[in-house]
Design a protein around this ligand. Structure first.
Ligand code: GTP
Ligand code: MG
Length: 197
C-alpha cells in the first residue's frame, strides 16, 4: 500500500481516549523488544514515527497511528519485560485486556514473534487468550534478516506448532531491517480489513 499520510493521532490509556472516527484498527502485540514499533515504521516508511529503542518497555500507552485516513495501527506495550514492577504489570494487563476484548473497531491483531526462537510461554498465553476471544491473529515472524533464508521455513513450522496455530491465521516472515515481507504483510492486512488501496 502506498502510504501518503501517517501520524500518531491518539495516545490512550482509557477507553474514552480511543479514536472516535470508527476506522478499522489493527493492533501490534508481542513481547517487549520483538520489533513492534520497528514494524510500524517500516510498513509506513516513516523512520522515527513509532519510537523504538534498545530499552525494552519503551512503549507504555496505546498509540494509534492513523494511515491514509483509512485505518489505524495500534502500538501496544510489549509483554514479558521482567524489570517492570508488579503494579505496572497489572495496570498493563487491564489496559490491554480492555482494549483487545471490548474494542469493536479492532479487526485483527498482528502478533509478532522472533523468527529465531520458539514462542515463549507469554507468546503462547497471548495467542491462546486471543483465540478464546475469537480475535483473528496475523502472526509475523520478525528479524528474518538475522537467520539464513534456508532456515526460515523450519522456524515457521516450529512457531506454528508451538502455538498450535489455527489454520485460518496467516503466518508471515518479516524484517524491519531490510523490508523483506513488507508487500505480503500489506496484502494480508488489507485482505483482513476488507480495505482497498
Ligand atoms: P517495546 O516497545 O519495548 O515493546 O519493543 P518493540 O517490540 O516495539 O521493539 P522495537 O521496534 O523497539 O525493536 C527493538 C530492537 O530490535 C531495536 O533495536 C530494533 O532496531 C531491533 N529490530 C526490530 N526489528 C528488527 C528486524 O527486523 N531486524 C533486526 N536486525 N533488528 C530489528
Ligand atoms: Mg515499541
Amino acid at each position: 500500500m502506498k502510504v501518503t499520510k501517517a501520524e500518531l493521532a491518539h495516545v490512550a490509556v482509557k477507553a474514552e481516549q480511543y479514536p472516535k472516527n470508527q476506522l478499522p484498527e489493527l493492533a501490534l502485540a508481542g513481547r517487549s523488544n520483538v520489533g513492534k514499533s520497528s514494524f510500524i515504521n517500516k510498513m509506513l516508511n516513516r523512520k522515527g514515527l513509532a519510537r523504538t529503542s534498545g530499552q525494552p518497555g519503551k512503549t507504555q500507552t496505546l498509540n494509534f497511528y492513523e494511515i491514509n485516513e483509512r485505518l489505524y495501527f495500534v502500538d501496544v506495550p510489549g509483554y514479558g519485560y521482567a524489570k517492570v514492577s508488579k503494579t505496572e504489570r497489572v495496570a498493563w494487563g487491564k489496559m490491554i485486556e480492555t482494549y483487545l476484548s471490548e474494542r469493536e473497531e479492532l479487526k485483527a491483531v498482528l502478533q509478532l514473534v522472533d523468527i529465531r526462537h520458539r514462542p515463549s510461554e507469554d507468546d503462547q498465553l497471548m495467542y491462546n487468550w486471543m483465540k478464546h476471544y475469537g480475535i483473528p491473529v496475523i502472526l509475523v515472524a520478525t528479524k528474518a534478516d538475522k537467520i539464513p533464508k534456508g532456515k526460515w521455513q523450519k522456524q515457521l513450522t516450529a512457531i506454528a506448532k508451538t502455538l498450535d496455530k489455527e489454520a485460518s491465521d496467516p503466518l508471515l516472515f518479516f524484517s524491519s531491517a531490510t523490508g523483506l515481507g513488507k508487500d505480503e504483510a500489506w496484502r494480508t492486512i488489507l485482505n483482513h480489513l476488507k480495505v482497498t488501496e
